[in-house]
Design a protein around this ligand. Structure first.
Ligand SMILES: Nc1ncnc2c1ncn2[C@@H]1O[C@H](COP(=O)(O)OP(=O)(O)OP(=O)(O)O)[C@@H](O)[C@H]1O
Length: 250
């Protein structure tokens, strides 16, 4: 479904690659968690998958089609098939839950309809359905700035789901949440993943969460993949290698 061939990213002026020679493929049904300490390249990795990040080298393919050969319209279509959730939710605070969720289908509609906020009954029904799937029906018309962090992230998930994606990407979606709420969000994500038969790829700091939910773990260090396998094979030694801190001498 997604293939990364020899992918590297180096930011302008940087001495090292943020992502270095990554060769991987992902299939429907994989629930992948990406581990790595701060700066390891996790966000760069996620953004490379949906074409948000320009590559320095290599190629990403979605259903066999090369992202770098696509025009803006084709890339927009690909991004509609890849829902994304974020650490800081990326919601519009003064708008209601349902208004935020409906922004998820802006990519399918004309700018004019988006501008005047004209939605069909079918679109409103779709929005209500995904809001109920994330258990927020009672909050449908509440402004999102009045919600808790966990509720905001559930709005973020509903906004991704209304796109009817085949791939769900998460860039540290629980990093701002407490452990109980993080666990609830992951339960919800795993449930969606199985019900909709998605490919899910999520960056996560918390190794316990990753081990509990992932079917496949990836660990990144200095932009390189240093582990790729089932969670039960991720050993203490792998952990130390992934999170090893560099000694700073003064
Ligand atoms: N826009 C940018 N311009 C220059 N350097 C960047 C940019 N974004 C990231 N980097 C650098 O690239 C490397 C990888 O960053 P990235 O954000 O992908 O890591 P990360 O693992 O997601 O970190 P964190 O967990 O702190 O979010 C880091 O050294 C970072 O400083």
């Amino acid at each position: 479904m997604i293939e990364m061939k020899n992918v590297s990213v180096r930011y302008p002026g940087a001495k090292h690659d943020a992502l270095s020679e990554v060769h991987l493929s992902f299939n429907k049904g994989d629930f992948i968690c990406i581990l790595g300490k701060s700066g390891a390249g996790k966000s760069t990795f996620i953004r490379s998958i949906n074409g948000l990040q320009k590559l320095t080298q290599g190629e990403v393919y979605f259903d066999g089609k090369q992202l770098s050969n696509m025009n803006e319209e084709q890339l927009r279509q690909v991004r509609l098939e890849m829902g994304m959730i974020f650490q800081l939710f990326n919601l519009i605070p003064r708008m209601s839950v349902i208004q935020n969720v409906l922004t998820g289908i802006f990519g399918y509609r004309s700018n004019f309809k988006n501008l005047i906020g004209l939605f069909s009954n079918k679109e409103l029904e779709q929005a209500k359905r995904v809001i109920s799937e994330v258990e927020l029906t009672e909050m449908t018309n509440r402004r999102v700035e009045l919600l808790s962090g966990g509720q905001k992230q559930r709005v973020g998930i509903a906004r991704a789901l209304i796109q009817q994606p085949r791939v769900l990407l998460g860039d540290e979606p629980v990093a701002s949440l407490d452990p109980g709420t993080s666990n609830h969000i992951f339960t919800l994500l795993k449930d969606m993943h199985q019900r909709l038969d998605l490919l899910t790829i999520i960056n996560v700091h918390d190794i316990d969460l990753a081990k509990r939910y992932a079917t496949r773990l990836l660990a990144l260090k200095d932009g390189k993949i240093i582990f790729d396998g089932p969670p039960e094979e991720f050993t203490e030694k792998n952990y130390e290698e992934t999170y090893e801190s560099h000694q700073i001498t003064f």
